[in-house]
Each structure stands twice: as C-alpha cells, then as structure tokens.
Ligand binder design. Sequence first.
Ligand code: ZN
Length: 138
Amino acid sequence: MTFDDATARLWALPIPVLGPLPPPFGLDLSAEWQITAGKVTEESVNWDEIEILNARSEAGLFVSGEEIARHRTVTHLLCPACGEGRDLCFLGHWGSPPDLLCTCGHRWTPWSDSPQYGTWRMMHVITEAFHQRQSPRA
Ligand SMILES: [Zn+2]
C-alpha cells in the first residue's frame, strides 16, 4: 500500500453523521415501525489512537491499514436480559431513537446515552426497510 492509500483510508474512517437524514420519498413519517434487523453491529473507535495515526500520517510517516483496523472494534449488540443477539427487532418512529426487542420479548433502549446516535440508526433501518418493501422481492 502506498502512503496515499493509507492517508485515504484514515480520512475515510466513518464518522457518525448525526444530522437529520432526508426521509425516503413517500415515507409515512407517523408510521410506527417494527423491523427485524437480524444482528445489530456497533462499531467503537479508539479516537486517541486514531488521532496519533492521523498525526503520523500528516507528518509523512507510513500508516498501514492493519494499524487502522486494530483501533476499530465491531461488536454485536446483545439483549441485556438474555444475551440473545440474533433477530433483534427495531421498534419506533422516524426521527426518534428506537427500542430493541429480542426474540424472547425483552425490550430495551440501546444507545440510551446517545439518543442522537440511536435516532440516526433508526432512520437508517427504516430507510433500508422502506426500500426493500418497494422492491418486487418484498
Ligand atoms: Zn432477551
């Protein structure tokens, strides 16, 4: 990998966009959604380490993709009551943070310390479900 590739990968790190998303055309904004999303991933980034890598990169030092990957962790959300992580279901409205429902019926609010992030995840899940319902396979 060339230095330029590494720089591009550093700057391409996904930073959560917490601004409002435009709703898909034709979406009923008052609809209550219940969307089975399967496994729900959550990515955590060690920003201190990423900052160091950024500084090294800016100083013209080589930074490998492996180093970048080492400081990003993808985990699956699990039900806090039973530990189930499959077939989690999003409940809620466009523009509000969701509740999650596991297959046993436990209901909880994920990302409760960051309702903006929860709202953003909910909008993404609704957008995906909305487009799938409009496809002929739905
Ligand atoms: Zn559960």
